[in-house]
Ligand binder design. Structure first.
Ligand code: HSE
Length: 442
């Protein structure tokens, strides 16, 4: 292999030397000549900006490249890689980099989901590129397929398992019968969950990723505040066992979809993240452990599934380096690059408008006419029942006075379905509602 390249070496600045940054540095150095051959120019790592020079570092990080002076590093770079995370100073650094003409690669989903418009507008104004394959689902190529491969198609729906920590927890609950608390403790012990797991278990992380995916898929700005979000903390071992018995598994799903026009003619898109029952036969039902997967339904392409490691330093570094090669090639060969388009500008509708199905489990008084009373609640809201399963618990050989009903609905709007749950809660035939969960993927 030759190391002689006609183009001058490209100066690469790395912001952050944590689990992803240290792997990016190591791979850049270890694969220097191969990357140079692919790009047609040397990729020279000129510095790594960190907050504390003396923090313990992964062995792959050359200490002589560490600096506290991020701003000078940015000003002297051709391409800036931001893997420090957080909103500030990452936002300011990325804006400085773009404004000085550098292309930027970021893995920062929180920043993109909250300040994406500002960053993309700045990139467009100055003719720079902002790459972010690593921001959603780690190593899995999903941004580029949405931005490029499917750019000529019409994406109708995306269903993703985009958070590995919660998938690990739910998978352990499913496979071992563990409670949420025990499965979370195991995830923490194994390093999947952070000391403060809120962002994962309350689905903030998944909501950020869903907003990014939906913006790309529907060419529409999707503010994070418009993403409906429910975490997994209330999922019980009993719900898991019931799901398994019925041929389902509970997954935290990020669902981005087009919503058909209502009677007033208003159509749009909807983005939501919540736990849901999905058939064990569905491709997403087979996603185990901390893996991620994104299932895309497009008009011409049909169904596509992207699967792999959604987190991890070296896995995420793979996505960063893919972006780096693209950015570097653009430097060498020129070209306009890609601009993200929000031309469709569709309304982002509340979850009320989406069509879904509920499975509702309730304890009811075991008396004549109760089933009819319950059925009326559903029909009052124009919701059709698909399945009803009743079991009467027998205590010490005597049938108890309550029966457990598990009611599965046909598809209806979430507004109607949640109205059913409200009415059931107020109905004197209902002792308690023990589970309400959406059913997806049918
Ligand atoms: N905490 C995330 C997850 C990885 O568990 O998938 C980073 O987005």
């Amino acid at each position: 292999m030759t190391n002689s390249h006609e183009y001058r070496p490209l100066r690469i600045a790395l912001l952050g030397a944590g689990s992803v940054g240290s792997q990016v540095a190591r791979l850049l150095i270890e694969h220097k000549s191969e990357l140079a051959a692919r790009v047609g120019a040397e990729l020279e790592l000129v510095g790594i900006a960190v907050r504390d020079i003396n923090s313990p570092r992964n062995a792959g990080v050359p200490r002589e490249l560490l600096t506290l002076d991020a701003e000078s590093l940015i000003l002297g770079a051709d391409i800036v890689i931001e893997v420090m995370g957080g909103i500030e100073p990452a936002r300011t650094y990325i804006l400085q980099a773009l404004n000085s003409g550098s292309d930027v690669i970021t893995a920062n989903k929180a920043l993109l989901a909250t300040h994406g418009t500002e960053l993309f507008d700045t990139a467009e104004q100055v003719g720079a590129q902002l790459y972010f394959e690593a921001a959603v689902a780690g190593a899995i190529p999903i941004i580029r397929p949405l931005r490029e491969s499917l750019a000529g198609d019409k994406v109708n729906r995306i269903m993703g398992i985009v958070n590995g920590t919660t998938n690990f927890i739910l998978d352990r609950m499913d496979s071992t019968g563990a409670t949420f608390e025990d499965a979370l403790a195991e995830a923490t012990e194994l390093g999947y969950a952070e000391a403060d797991p809120t962002a994962d278990i309350e689905a903030y992380d998944a909501a950020q990723k869903a907003a990014i995916l939906a913006s790309l898929a529907f060419h529409t700005e999707v503010p994070l505040e418009s993403v409906y979000r429910e975490g997994i903390t209330k999922i019980t071992a009993e719900q898991m066992a019931a799901a398994k018995r019925d041929g389902y598994v509970i997954k935290l799903l990020a669902i981005c979809e087009r919503v058909a026009a209502d009677s007033a003619g208003l159509e749009g898109v909807s983005v939501r993240v919540h736990p849901a029952l999905i058939s064990r036969e569905h491709p997403l039902g087979a996603v185990r452990g901390a893996f991620n997967a994104v299932f895309v339904e497009a008009e011409a392409a049909g169904s596509l599934m992207f699967y792999g490691a959604g987190a991890g330093g070296v896995q995420t570094a793979s996505a960063v380096l893919g972006d780096l090669v693209s950015a570097a090639k653009r430097h060498v060969a020129g070209g306009p690059g890609l601009a993200d388009s929000v031309h469709a500008n569709l309304p982002v509708l509340p979850i009320d408008r989406v069509q879904t199905r509920y499975q509702i489990t309730l304890e009811v008084t075991d008396q004549p006419g109760i089933l009819a009373k319950i059925a009326n609640v559903f029909s009052d809201h124009n919701v059709s029942i698909e399945t009803v399963e009743q079991s009467v618990r027998v205590l010490a050989g005597i049938a108890s006075k309550t029966a457990t009903l598990e009611v599965g609905t046909h598809a209806a709007t979430d507004a109607s379905l949640s109205a059913v749950v409200k009415s059931l809660a107020a109905n004197d035939a209902v002792e308690s509602i023990t589970s309400v969960i959406r059913v997806e993927g049918i």
